[in-house]
Structures are given as structure tokens and as C-alpha cells.
Design a protein around this ligand. Structure first.
Ligand code: G1P
Length: 293
């Protein structure tokens, strides 16, 4: 597999699980401490060697473009005030990767969103990252996939084991475990009922794909929820060529879900070097003396 240069970020979803917050603001711009969720996932991609981010956006997502653009007025103000560290942090966001945008004009599903990036990806392998799944890992999640993609010169899907009660929220793989945490994928099923799930290994929003997925997606019929599912296209891909799945090491937070977002906020709050120590004290007091804090 050639070097991985590009990552597709499907961002056109409506964020219905997080209403009313997401009525006028993108869920990917929700803050985890002081950075929007999408920035964490862009940083993960950049740390994995990606240099071009292809954002597939939709109506109401302009705040994401502004976040990765330059803000002259803000930079002038910070320079005048001598806040050079903050200025450096702000400028780094605009220059850490080349970010290009295309729009998914209709909500036809994740598979369709990926297909919208076809011309921008061209004929090379690429990553897909679902930005609202934030993964806190010592080795960036996409880099973990890339190791396997290079070893087998094949597409790779990131998976984690989920409890039986959660399998119906995910794409689930069926495969042979060829070494610990590494599977050769025979098939997949999108959001199965627990009795029908072939395993508890859930697709977690990180993929490394090859451009032959596009001609499959182009002909993909709508699946679960009437949407063109990436999972269904991967079933066809796996029948044409070896596809692998690797267990992602790290803590994963589904920040598009209210509970997942709260857990991520607490975790990243505790990890923050400036805020963490006081925040920890507050949480301990809150649990021990809830009526006093
Ligand atoms: C999508 C995919 C699903 C995957 C999930 C991970 O579903 O279709 O296969 O397991 O992301 O979050 P969504 O959550 O967008 O419905």
C-alpha cells in the first residue's frame, strides 16, 4: 500500500441524537474542554501521517470551515495583546493539514457521503474517520489501522468489542481471528439484532479503504434505514479481495451521544494539565458531599 495521504471526514449528519443542541450548531463543534470534537479527530489523522483532510459537509456546517480557516481579526487582536502562545495555537489549527470541502447535498447515508469524496480522493488508498467518535489512545487509532494496511496491502476496518446490548447500534463483523485482535473479514452486517449478530466486534468509525470501494458504492442499493450503507459496500469488497479488521487499542467516546459526550468531557477535563487537578477535587467532593458543592 502506498503512503496514506488523504482522510475523508463525513460531516453532513444532522446530529439528531443531540437535539436541541444541534438544531443550529454542528455536533462536531461541541467542545471537549477547549477544542471542538472534530479537531481531536483531525489531529489523530495528522499524527497518523495524513496531510489532506476531505470534509464532506452539509448545510449548517459552516462553523467547521471557519474553525480550520485563518481568522485575521482574531490573530491581530492576539498579536496586539502579546498573547503569542495562544496565537501560535490558533494558527496551528489552520496549517496542520490541507483541508478541502465538498458537500453531501442529500442525507443518503454514510456510503453516499464517502462516494461524494470520490473525485477528491482519486486513485489512492484513503482513510475514513467519523469525527464524533473520539479515540484517546497512546498510538493514534488511524496509525494502528495503517500498520495492518501496510502489512497486508489491504483495506482495514477498526473494531472494538461491545456488550450484547449495543451490537444493534453498529456495523458488526464476521471473521476469522488470525492473530490476537486481528481478523480476516468474511462479511459484515449493519446494525443487526443481537440474536442475529455474527460477533460482538463493532465497526467503530475508522477505516482504511482502497479506491475500488467507489464503484461498489456507486451501485449500492439502500440498506438499513433506507440509507446507502458503507457497511454493505464493504461486504461486497470483502467478497472480491481480503479485508481485515483490527482491534483498536484506546478509549473510545461517541460524542454524538449525550452520555458519551459527558464521559468524554469528564475524561478530557481530568487529563487537562491546567484544569485537571481542581476538576478532580471537585468531582470527589461532588460524589462525597453532593449537597455541599
Ligand atoms: C456508522 C456505521 C456503522 C458503525 C458506526 C460507528 O453508523 O454505519 O457501521 O458501526 O458508524 O459509530 P452510525 O452511527 O452513523 O449510524
Amino acid at each position: 500500500m502506498k503512503d496514506l495521504r488523504k482522510a475523508v471526514f463525513p460531516l453532513a449528519g444532522h446530529g439528531t441524537r443531540f437535539l436541541p443542541m444541534t438544531k443550529a450548531s454542528p455536533k462536531e463543534m461541541l467542545p471537549l474542554v477547549d477544542k471542538p470534537v472534530v479537531q481531536y479527530t483531525v489531529e489523530e489523522a495528522v499524527a497518523s501521517g495524513v496531510s489532506q483532510i476531505i470534509m464532506v459537509t452539509g448545510r449548517g456546517k459552516r462553523a467547521i470551515e471557519d474553525h480550520f480557516d485563518i481568522s485575521y481579526e482574531l490573530e491581530d487582536v492576539l498579536r496586539e495583546k502579546g498573547k503569542m502562545k495562544l496565537l501560535e495555537d490558533i494558527r496551528r489549527i489552520s496549517f496542520m493539514a490541507e483541508v478541502v470541502y465538498t458537500r453531501q447535498k442529500e442525507s443518503l447515508g454514510l456510503g453516499h457521503a464517502v462516494l461524494c469524496a470520490r473525485n477528491l480522493v482519486g486513485e489512492e488508498p484513503f482513510a475514513v474517520a467519523l469525527a464524533d467518535e473520539v479515540i484517546d489512545a497512546s498510538c493514534p487509532a488511524l496509525a494502528q489501522l495503517l500498520d495492518v494496511a501496510r502489512e497486508f496491502d489491504a483495506p482495514v476496518i477498526g473494531v472494538q468489542e461491545v456488550p450484547p446490548g449495543e451490537v444493534s447500534h453498529y456495523g458488526i463483523i464476521r471473521g476469522q481471528e488470525i492473530r490476537e485482535g486481528l481478523f480476516r473479514v468474511d462479511s459484515l452486517v449493519e446494525k443487526p439484532r443481537v440474536e442475529e449478530a455474527p460477533s460482538r466486534w463493532a465497526v467503530i468509525g475508522r477505516y482504511i479503504l482502497t479506491p475500488d470501494i467507489f464503484s461498489i458504492l456507486e451501485n449500492q442499493k439502500p440498506g438499513v434505514g433506507g440509507e446507502i450503507q458503507l457497511t454493505d459496500a464493504l461486504v461486497t469488497l470483502a467478497s472480491h479481495r481480503p479485508v481485515y479488521a483490527v482491534r483498536i487499542e484506546g478509549r473510545r467516546y461517541d460524542t454524538g451521544d449525550k452520555g458519551g459526550f459527558l464521559r468524554a468531557t469528564v475524561r478530557y477535563g481530568l487529563k487537562n494539565p491546567e484544569l485537571g487537578p481542581d476538576f478532580r477535587k471537585f468531582l470527589v467532593e461532588l460524589l462525597e458531599h453532593p449537597e455541599e458543592v
